[in-house]
Design a protein around this ligand. Structure first.
Ligand SMILES: Cc1cc2nc3c(=O)[nH]c(=O)nc-3n(C[C@H](O)[C@H](O)[C@H](O)COP(=O)(O)OP(=O)(O)OC[C@H]3O[C@@H](n4cnc5c(N)ncnc54)[C@H](O)[C@@H]3O)c2cc1C
Length: 492
């Protein structure tokens, strides 16, 4: 594919797939490098909108990162076509407009260089390809989006909705990439970025996929003042190969992208590409996450799909500290009962809290451990502050009070101990966006400050983390960055 506009996209997860689609469908030649060698099959059987059987491939910490913060930290990485979309749940709430601006209340470093309006057309575009089940209406702190399968919360939960509204919160169907009502597919999730996006691109003459291609280092050309190649280990040839291109889209997940940039040292970037200000890998964040069950004093319809209680209003919460609540079934038996429209008294609750991104949480090269290629392994140093843990713990009582106000007395049952980093698998922030290089690794178009033909398009670019699942926003940002790159390459 000898075209000087060629772009190399690294990673076939949702971020890489969204960027590659935008580029290749608009005529840009794309080569995608993916470390994984194949597609891990699963099985999903859905009838009448309910999952009868779901088997996902095993979830492992495949990247062998080291951990030096909270020793319980988990680093799930899937080196496979489709990345973590082989295992994800598919919850896709949009960020709200304030999620891009509320950090300014704390400090300028928390100001995103993009707004909700910048992203809205890309949210819409991505949503149209995801086959989402949701209630399309806006609710407080959660904008509605494009919905393929409308679904409202059951009527007997309307008192809870009214109580939520009194607190300024929304209570609605959890937006879920759930696919059509009837499905029999050899994957464990309704949407997988490989089968749903990347594989169809293979029919385009300008799109190539190289599997088993593990990117090791980006090569900086001091004369051209840009990156002009990537070195990768090919599992097919057993050799280190080089691929040149005009631009490089990094989408290895927030940890993998930080590692690749850290490993990309040169005379001009002795501490890693994009690390001139010492920010690369810093401001690492995840979602403090908790799962617990509650027992109600009267039965209500099982919530399947789950319901979503949105965060408290911005003006009544400390900046960047929030939680969201997802309410669903509490056991496999209740999941089965939900298929018959039955009622029950147990509810399973997942809480996602936020972290206030901090320089002390950092993904950095290990000084002692090497990876399989002899390069420094990534050391993941992250811990939740007392305030971040307390924020999640406090949210239990808030839901109890709200249920009480709705005339439904409830007590807390089992609390599963998951309040440590990595359990949500929502890492972000390691190459954060900011207009100013002193506060960010990338600019408003995901381009690395000082190396603008390298774009970091996964959640590494998040300036702050909302309490909402990240992947829809990741895909929308990746599509936006790729649209700009397409324009720039065509008009260079
Ligand atoms: C159990 C589970 C449930 C989840 N549920 C949700 C949910 O409901 N909603 C939500 O928004 N998110 C959810 N997530 C998180 C979601 O899966 C991730 O946000 C999403 O997959 C991130 O996409 P990505 O493309 O940035 O990274 P990934 O999906 O991690 O993809 C990265 C890709 O890059 C490849 N790669 C890495 N390093 C290299 C390299 N050096 N060279 C070449 N290729 C490389 C990997 O093999 C992989 O294919 C969940 C995650 C898990 C584990």
């Amino acid at each position: 594919m000898p075209d000087e506009r060629r772009v190399v996209v690294i990673g076939s997860g949702p971020a890489g797939a969204a960027a590659a689609r935008e580029l290749s469908q608009n005529g840009i030649p794309v080569t995608m490098l993916e470390a994984g060698s194949g597609f891990r099959r699963g099985l999903l059987v859905r009838v009448g909108g309910k999952n009868l059987y779901r088997r996902t491939p095993p979830l492992r910490e495949e990247a062998q990162h080291s951990v030096s913060g909270d020793p319980r930290t988990q680093c799930y990485v899937k080196f496979a076509l489709g990345g973590l979309s082989n295992n994800w749940t598919g919850a896709v709430p949009r960020f709200a407009p304030e999620d891009f601006s509320e950090g300014e209340r704390l400090h300028e470093r928390f100001r995103w260089p993009i707004t909700y309006s910048d992203l809205a057309p890309y949210y819409e575009k991505v949503e149209r390809s995801l086959q989402i089940t949701a209630d399309p209406r806006d609710v407080p702190q959660l904008p509605g989006g494009h919905v393929s399968y409308p679904n409202r919360i059951p009527k007997d939960w309307h008192d809870v909705e009214r109580a939520a509204n009194k607190y300024g919160q929304g209570f609605t169907t959890y937006p879920l990439v759930d696919g059509p009502p009837n499905m029999l597919v050899c994957r464990g999730t309704a949407f997988n970025s490989y089968t749903s996006i990347v594989r169809p691109l293979l029919s385009l003459p300008n799109f190539q996929l190289q599997t088993g291609a593990h990117a090791l280092q980006l090569e900086w050309s001091p004369t051209k003042r840009k990156v002009d190649g990537v070195l990768y280990y090919s599992r097919h040839t057993g050799r280190i190969e080089r691929l040149g291109a005009s631009a490089f889209v990094i989408a290895c997940g927030a940890l993998g992208s930080a590692k690749l940039l850290h490993n990309s040292v040169s005379n001009d970037f002795p501490h890693g590409l994009g690390n001139s200000e010492g920010l690369l890998g810093r401001f690492l964040h995840d979602h403090p996450r908790e799962w617990w069950s509650l027992q109600m004093n009267r039965p209500l319809r099982f919530l399947s799909p789950s319901a979503y209680l949105t965060r408290l209003p911005y003006d009544s919460s400390p900046p960047l500290l929030a939680t969201s609540w997802t309410l669903g079934t509490a056991s496999v038996q209740d999941q089965v009962r939900s298929r018959f429209g039955l009622k029950g008294t147990a509810v399973g609750v997942q809480v996602l809290g936020t972290m206030i991104p901090s320089e002390t949480c950092v993904a950095k090269p290990s000084t002692v451990k090497k990876d399989e290629f002899g390069l420094p392994a990534l050391d993941v140093c992250i811990h939740y502050s007392a305030a971040e843990v307390e924020n999640v713990v406090r949210s239990r009582q808030h839901l109890m009070n709200l249920m009480d106000d709705a005339g439904c007395r409830a007590t807390i049952g089992e609390i599963v101990p998951t309040l440590f980093p990595g359990t949500a698998a929502h890492y972000g922030g390691t190459a954060r966006m900011h207009t100013k290089p002193e506060y960010g690794v990338t600019d408003a178009w995901n381009r690395v400050h000082g190396a603008p033909n390298v774009l970091v398009c996964d959640a590494a670019c998040f300036t702050t983390a909302a309490e909402k699942n990240p992947t829809l926003t990741v895909m929308a940002i990746a599509a936006r960055a790729a649209t700009r790159l397409t324009h720039d390459l065509k008009h260079a």
